[in-house]
Write a protein that binds this ligand. Sequence first.
Ligand code: AVJ
Length: 330
Amino acid sequence: MEPVTTLEDRVVVRNYLGAGDERALADDVLDGLTRPFKELPPKHFYDAAGADLFDRICEQPEYYPTRTERAILVERSAEIAALTGASELVELGSGTAVKTRILLQAMADAGTLERYVPIDVTEGMVRDVAEQLVEEHPGLAVHGIVGDFERHLQHVPEPDGPRIVAFLGGTLGNFTPGSRRRFLRQLAKLLRPQDFLLLGTDLVKDPAIIEAAYDDAAGVTAAFNRNVLKVVNAELDADFDPEAFEHVAFYDHEREWLEMRLRASRKMSVHIGALGLDIDFAPREELRTEISAKFTPERLRDDLAAAGLELAELLTDTDRMFALSLSRPR
Ligand code: AVJ
């Protein structure tokens, strides 16, 4: 009898998130809100409501990164598949894998596709994507990792063939310059000489275009920004009044990054029950919630080089709004 492979045989999902993970928010809030300049890391935007708001941001006419990156992928995926000869795709922050499907299809068309390794913090998302993709691609194996790509990269399985590690969407821009290079070095460790890093980065451009992308007319980004306060309220029993904070988005020329802040409209005191902590805001005091770095090709090359990587291809749209880069160990 022929051995029968069921869909289940081709899907493995491992969850590395543990009890300690609620602490991550508590620690970040304790640390970030007691600093002289208040700050919260952007990863806490993404509860279910935040993820929905982010999806809606991607549909706003002002928010160019998502559709531009997708267009580059549509245009160049066949070339990426051919150039890398990759049989496996490891993806950080895979989400609903909308863009990834384009690349996986190109790898399937090239006849090389064997395995997809999505990494995401939302278990349901990893499972759904895994099940859909094995149905779409006969022979594809999916090894899903539910975890934080800043902490769980050691659980990425040994490579099975030539590999692409993909970090799309411009999320590298959330790192400050020093930690950005440190993180790129972590990614470089997943690569052997024949492997490639596929990185999506937003590019330096007219600040008015960037600022509009982070302050859309429909107010979706403003709602997304305030959502982080709702996350803190829900998870840490706090009493932020999100509507008392104004959405601020500005491009910092010197640092070449977009910065989002929440500005207190009045003096207030916020109680954070789970931490037994009271935080005071002065009128107009600002809380930084995100930086989103924009790159020049030169700076990208330098950051990659600092991580021991060499730029092989820089793929951009005709307006040079966004870049996909392929790099490999030097
Ligand atoms: C998901 C980090 C790439 O920086 O453009 C969108 C997040 N913040 N609008 C970005 C975001 C406000 C986004 N990244």
